[in-house]
Design a protein around this ligand. Structure first.
Ligand SMILES: [Zn+2]
Length: 220
């Protein structure tokens, strides 16, 4: 009679090991996804930098904060100080100083359009992945870029649709779920396929999930 109990204990033990390794695998997959996301976004950052990109790296963010603090205590302001002061402001709390982008928003009331000054919390480059990730989970893996953008824009300035799109194309759960896309798109998708960590490969696939042919849903 003792034997079945031993077997049960064994099964439990195996499950625990399996559970831990699944968690580890998930953590590694998340880390790989984040590093791939930043590879793509570094390129995007360099590409859009000269054209007045709205992406701000942490080092630039800190520099703007310093410039604004300095500009309030010196008489002759440098051009950098003036530029920073025109575009940004600081709001402080007990723990830190938060940079806000000063913008003007068009408000139409009874047919009359006026400009209203607004302040928008700056999301610097290094935290955009985490913000998009939280939003994507809260939206239950929605594939709608616009909904992500509207949700994020309520709180943050500096996160582009390109960044959200880059994130979405890398989300392993979205790639592996059989969720049909919102609009039937027959254009090639850039997909990242990962069978195991450390072996990432990229290929162009055409989405035929809505019209499978002989059970095949993707065309290479
Ligand atoms: Zn997803």
């Amino acid at each position: 009679m003792a034997q079945p109990r031993e077997e049960e204990a064994d099964v439990e033990g195996n499950d625990k090991t399996k559970y831990t390794s699944v968690n580890l695998e998930k953590k590694r997959a998340a880390a790989a996804m984040k590093s791939r996301f930043y590879e793509i976004m570094e390129e995007e950052y360099s590409r859009t930098k000269s054209g007045g990109s709205c992406m701000v790296k942490k080092s630039e963010y800190n520099e703007f904060i310093n410039l604004i603090i300095q500009s309030s205590s010196v008489k002759g302001k440098t051009q950098h100080m003036v530029n920073a002061w025109k575009r940004y402001m600081i709001m402080s709390n007990v723990e830190s100083q938060q940079l806000y982008r000063k913008l003007q928003k068009k408000v139409t009331n009874k047919g009359v359009t006026t400009l209203k000054a607004i302040q928008w919390k700056v999301a610097y480059f290094e935290i955009i992945f985490d913000i998009i990730h939280k939003t994507h989970i809260a939206l239950m893996h929605s594939r709608d870029i616009r909904v992500h953008k509207l949700t994020i824009d309520k709180h943050w300035w500096g996160i582009t649709e390109t960044a959200i799109c880059a994130y979405r194309e890398l989300c392993p759960e979205c790639l592996h779920s059989g969720k049909p896309p919102k609009a039937e798109e027959m254009t090639p998708l850039n997909m990242m396929i990962s069978n195991s960590i450390g072996s990432l490969g990229q290929m162009d696939l055409i989405d035929y999930r809505r019209r499978p042919e002989n059970g095949f849903k993707w065309i290479l």
